[in-house]
Design a protein around this ligand. Structure first.
Ligand code: DQA
Length: 148
């Protein structure tokens, strides 16, 4: 199984960006955590980060030919991007949306996700563990059993 993890805008600053909200782990550290877990699960994982909406759309489209599932933190584009939502809907791969922070404990403008309806589900509020949980769910998505 191949999984692409997409990190949206400003997530390249993790570690020094509002650590009280997003924690102290850098993006590289989070990716390394996922890499180790992927090896354990026997899943192939790759990573993409961009601060640009169109580039994220292109990465999602590219995953259609190459991957079995997506894990995406669209970051601020969660709340604004019809283009990312449409790309997720268009490719028909299972996608899991992850947020480090709990969107529902934050400002009201973060309560609405335009991208979530194009995803299988959302994990929000568990920091880097949310990405790990999403990765563990991926094999389940590939062969839905009793619980999905
Ligand atoms: C975020 C939450 C978004 O509202 C915010 O714009 C981000 C990060 C999170 O991971 O908690 O950049 O997606």
């Amino acid at each position: 199984m191949k999984v692409l993890v997409i990190h949206g805008p400003n997530l390249n600053l993790l570690g020094r960006r509002e650590p009280e909200v997003y924690g102290r782990q850098t993006l590289e550290e989070i990716n390394a955590l996922l890499e180790a877990e992927a090896a354990r699960l026997g899943v192939e994982v790759s990573f993409y980060q961009s601060n640009h909406e169109g580039e994220i759309v292109t990465a999602i489209q590219g995953a259609a030919d190459d991957c079995d599932a997506l894990i995406i933190n669209p970051a601020a584009y969660t709340h604004t991007s019809v283009a990312i939502r449409d790309a997720l809907a268009a490719i028909g791969l299972p996608a899991l949306e992850v947020h480090l922070s709990n969107l529902y404990r934050r400002e009201e403008f973060r309560h609405r996700s335009l991208t979530a309806p194009a995803c299988v589900g959302v994990i929000s509020g568990f920091g880097p563990l949310g990405y790990l949980a999403a990765l563990r769910l991926v094999p389940e998505l590939a062969s839905p059993g009793e619980f999905l």
